[in-house]
Design a protein around this ligand. Structure first.
Ligand SMILES: [Zn+2]
Length: 556
């Protein structure tokens, strides 16, 4: 089985049917999406396809890139691109195998279900602790699903005990891919190709382009000691830039000898060669140093830039600024958007059209345990078509709106806690935040669409009115959540009328207060204005180019 030529990728066709294709058909106009049985497999397939195209394409100028975006390459062209790297994509056989340790000799085997991220680790089974993820659920996988499971694990590898390494972006990274909304002229190809850069500009990103030996790109083509000492580290300087897509933190070798016939436990298709086990060992490639994966946003820490990971509470519009603009809501939270997003918005601009979106996904991992899979599609409303300075203006305003929303979420959480328990309650109140962000999301996107459309069409936009409108939305939603969902509807034994009334009064004061108006750049009442040494002749809205941007930190 060769993963470049055999049909192992499940996709959905334009007419709604499902088919399995080889990567040579990725440019087929009838193919509209990946269609695996698990969302994490779809995320991994997209990264495989983007990595493959980035690794194989000779396209090296903006015009070549544009040409392939307009007219997808025919099968014969893709086949030609793939010829030089064919040997790296053999999946079985006696020689090197895709993403598998070359010479792994194992006395012990693990059950094939262990490849799945949510599978209970050995210790969990020993301690009988697999309450949520049951053992024995997946006992046999068809070779196609085994390939997807292996790929998904190498991309997302969580810490797996002593020497079982995490992925190049740590366990369960957040991935943000550009996408196009479905339409008669768009196919899966367009969504993939958007995330591929011109060859030279990709090679300049991360890694040493002079390291052209095949194993520096595809580590399974040699012993891992060719790249690092067994207990050593692998930094970008030791490998080729293509390596970011083909990282192999886990040492695994699938057992193609002990197979069985039957229905696959992941896709339910019949297979004569269901895989049941694999060999594994610790101390594989240990990714350290200044890695920068082009498909992930990063945040700044004292130790340098680290990849973002999904957090409890999910993905939503509150992350818009970090993922799209590469800016933190305040100076303490510096963000860097994914390189592919930056390249598309800054350099490709108008040629991309107005129907771009961002597909964000990843696991929320609690160390080695997968808590939840999150994914979300974020509309961009033609932001890419706006001039760079206009994009910055929009980002500044979004930053203010998000800062206000964060403040209001805090007011709501505090008020509900006060009403329920008095002031010093501890515990997990994340569901309050989640319903606040969920309830305000439609209004946020409606306003954003209006704002970007006005900017794109070169029309004037009343920022003061938009800020007042957003403030009114926040006030309205929060009072409704407090009165109808959390406190008014609370269990009767939790009701405490005097405490609830006091909490409500405090919440109203916060919502009408100066702090919130200031966060939106709106004119505030006299005393606070004096404190801030503002002249009363100030316009009602702070100009976005100075006062606003000072609160936002972005990185190139
Ligand atoms: Zn299967």
């Amino acid at each position: 089985m060769n993963l470049l030529h055999d049909p192992w990728m499940p996709v959905r066709l334009r007419n709604g049917t499902r088919e399995w294709i080889s990567p040579e058909r990725l440019s087929d106009r009838d193919v509209v999406a990946f269609d695996a049985d698990r969302p994490d497999f779809n995320g991994a397939l997209a990264q495989f396809a983007i990595g493959l195209l980035q690794t194989a394409t000779p396209a090296n100028s903006a015009s070549e890139w544009r040409q392939w975006f307009k007219v997808p390459p025919p099968v014969a062209t893709l086949r030609e691109w793939f010829v030089p790297i064919e040997e790296a994509f053999v999946f079985d056989g006696d020689g090197p195998r895709f993403m598998q340790d070359r010479n792994l000799q194992a006395g012990e085997f693990s059950d094939i279900g262990g490849l799945l991220i949510e599978s209970p680790g050995e210790n969990t089974i020993k301690n009988n602790g697999d309450h949520f993820v049951k053992r024995g659920h997946v006992e046999a996988l068809c070779p196609q699903c085994a390939a997807m499971a292996l790929l998904t694990l190498q991309i997302n590898a969580p810490s797996g005990g002593a020497g079982h390494r995490t992925g190049l972006r740590g366990g369960g990274p957040l991935t943000t891919l550009l996408g196009v909304e479905a339409g008669p002229s768009n196919s899966l190809w367009h969504g993939l190709w958007l995330n591929v850069r011109e060859r030279d500009s990709f090679l300049a990103l991360c890694g040493d382009r002079m390291r052209t030996t095949p194993y520096a790109r595809f580590p399974w083509l040699a012993e891992i000691t060719a790249i690092q000492k067994l207990d050593g580290e692998t930094t970008p300087a030791q490998v080729h830039p293509d390596h970011v897509f083909w990282a192999m933190p886990r040492r695994i070798r699938l057992d193609f000898e002990h197979v069985s016939a039957g229905a696959c436990d992941a896709c339910a298709r019949w297979s004569e060669h269901r895989l049941q086990r694999y060999a594994t060992r610790n101390y594989g490639l240990n990714y350290k140093g200044a890695w920068e994966h082009p498909l992930s946003p990063y945040y700044e820490t004292k130790e340098g830039w680290l990849p973002l990971h999904p957090q409890p509470g999910g993905l939503g519009y509150r992350q818009w600024l970090g993922w799209v603009a590469g800016a933190g809501v305040d100076a303490k939270r510096s963000r860097k958007r994914a390189r592919v997003v930056q390249h598309a918005l800054d350099d490709r601009g108008r040629q991309l059209g107005a129907n771009l979106s961002l597909w964000a996904f990843g696991y929320d991992m609690d160390n080695m345990k997968a808590r939840c899979w999150y994914e979300s599609r974020i509309p961009l409303y033609g932001l890419a078509a706006c001039a760079t300075d206009v994009q910055r203006e929009v980002e500044t305003e979004v930053g203010q709106h998000l800062a206000a929303a964060e403040l209001v979420a805090f007011f709501l959480r505090s008020a509900v806690k006060d009403a329920w328990f008095g002031s010093d309650a501890r515990g997990d109140f994340s569901h309050i935040d989640a319903s606040f962000w969920g309830s305000t999301e439609p209004a946020f996107y409606r306003q954003l669409e209006k704002r970007i459309t006005a900017a794109r069409d070169g029309r004037d936009f009343d920022r003061g009115a938009a800020a007042e409108q957003w403030l009114a939305t926040l006030q309205q939603v929060v009072m409704r959540l407090f009165d109808e969902v959390f406190v008014g509807a609370g269990a009767i034994e939790r009701q405490h009328p005097r405490r609830a009334a006091e909490a409500r009064r405090k919440l109203m004061a916060g919502l009408r207060g100066n702090k919130l108006r200031e966060s939106l750049g709106l004119l505030v009442a006299e005393p606070a204005a004096k404190k801030a040494k503002k002249s009363s002749k100030n316009p009602p809205v702070l100009p976005s180019t100075d006062g606003g941007t000072s609160a936002i930190r972005r990185s190139a």
